[in-house]
Design a protein around this ligand. Structure first.
Ligand code: F6P
Length: 425
């Protein structure tokens, strides 16, 4: 029976809970034992060594119905309850005095069952927690993580995160034979355990609002973030029109302009700044002002400019929302305000597609793990032309890094065509 664990890592995104739900349910249906790792890779490193059992024993009727779920020794609902309310304290110092929080104190790799992920579609963020783990970046940290997984008998992990998290997954898998050999030679695991865990199966799912991963059309969480921005533009529109004002909106996306570009298209923006395609004109201020002036002359009462947080000019000098505001106010005399949408773009209830995509990809991820052999690469589950795909994880990460490099090299045509092979001038 394959023992399969799922974790979420890096910045949270809407749809991560749907990933966990889909993987847990599919894996159970396919005969696996299922686990979640709390707090991303940090939880792998911490493992269950500090475990203390303080919860009450399961109630009779629950015990029978929920034999798949050994995760908390207490009430069925306390798992979700615990994750929602006990989690932060647990990670900080392990001394949560929340009654439900205590049940998972010191336990990061937790057995879960069918009911534990019930209703997880509608929650934003990630209920099993995420963290940017410093420890997992070190060899020692990964050695401890491997030991913790073997102690729990886990053979397969599904990681949902961005490119950094997926790179971490691949490094871990490549290093695995060395890690287990060292654990065996130092007698931390038995020869039997060494044999049984000679290989680790890993699969990646891309959870990121940025939609910055190559070899997939869409990342989990990007549609919801786009909806949020679109709604924000709609809200700003009416007040902008009322006062005949200009608004400069800064949106997230790191090195990727997808959110800014698509929000600009769906919100009818007047000008958009994205990292992959800086303005043609140099300096760009004249080009922007000419465009906006023209729009005003044909009767527009409002101006919306979208600035991706990673935007810059052709020389890679960052373009900041405050500076754009200054230009609009001083050159065009527009009454201008800046709105930075920040983390409102990332949190909150997933839209329908951020429930559908993780569900379809979760099923594929479990199949990929079940079919994995020592010779198959670690796969990333993607979507291309509306079909769920499996692509070699490292190829996707490599291509994603090439885009960032092309931007650094000021080869913007290359950056655009790597993002979108169909791109034409
Ligand atoms: O990668 C997701 C993202 O939201 C980016 O768009 C943004 O640059 C970054 O994470 C913000 O990170 P943090 O939440 O750590 O401030």
């Amino acid at each position: 029976k394959l023992r399969l664990a799922v974790l979420t890592s890096g910045g949270d995104s809407a749809g991560m809970n749907a990933v966990v739900r889909a993987i847990v349910k599919t894996a159970i249906l396919k005969g696996c034992e299922t686990y979640v790792v709390r707090e991303g890779y940090e939880g792998l490193v911490r493992g269950n060594s500090e475990a203390v059992s303080v919860a009450s024993p399961p109630r009779e009727h629950n015990h029978h119905q929920r034999k798949e779920s050994l995760l908390v020794e207490g009430d069925a609902d306390s798992f979700v309850h615990n994750l929602r309310f006990g989690d932060g304290e647990l990670l900080r110092d392990g001394t949560s005095d929340h009654p439900a929080g205590r049940t998972l104190k010191g336990r990061y790799i937790v057995r879960v069952g069918w009911d534990d992920v019930r209703g997880w579609f509608t929650s934003g963020g990630t209920l099993i927690g995420t963290a940017r783990s410093v420890a997992f970046r070190t060899y020692e940290g990964r050695l401890t993580a491997a030991h913790n997984l073997i102690k729990e008998g886990i053979d397969a992990i599904a990681v949902c995160g961005g490119d950094g998290s997926l790179t971490g997954a691949d490094v871990f898998r490549a290093e695995w034979p060395k890690l287990v050999a060292e654990l065996a030679s130092t007698s931390r695991i038995t020869e039997e355990q060494h044999k049984a865990h000679a290989h680790l199966r890993i699969v990646g799912l891309v959870g990121s609002i940025d939609n910055d991963m190559s070899m997939t059309d869409l990342t989990i969480g990007a549609p919801t973030a786009l909806h949020r921005i679109c709604e924000a533009i709609d809200n700003i529109d009416s007040t902008a029109s009322s006062h005949s004002r200009a608004f400069v909106l800064e949106v997230m996306g790191r090195h990727c302009g997808w959110l800014a570009l698509l929000a600009g298209v769906s919100g009818g923006a007047d000008f958009i700044f994205i990292p992959e395609r800086p303005p043609e004109a140099d300096p760009w201020e004249d080009e922007m002002c000419r465009n906006i002036q023209r729009h005003r002359e044909i009767g527009k009462r409002k101006t919306i400019v979208i600035v991706a947080e990673g935007a810059h000019d052709k020389h890679l000098t960052p373009i900041r929302a405050d500076y754009v505001k200054e230009v609009l106010s001083e050159r065009l005399g527009l009454d201008t305000r800046v709105t930075t949408l920040g983390h409102t773009q990332r949190g909150g209830r997933p839209c329908a597609f951020d429930r559908i995509l993780p569900t379809l990809q979760g099923v594929e991820a479990v199949d990929a793990l079940l079919e994995a052999t020592p010779d198959t690469p670690s796969y990333m589950i993607g979507i291309a032309e509306n079909k769920i795909t499996r692509v070699p994880l490292m190829e996707a990460v490599k291509m994603t890094n090439e885009v960032t490099q092309a931007i650094k090299d000021k080869d913007f045509d290359k950056a655009m065509s790597l993002r979108d092979p169909e791109f034409r001038e």
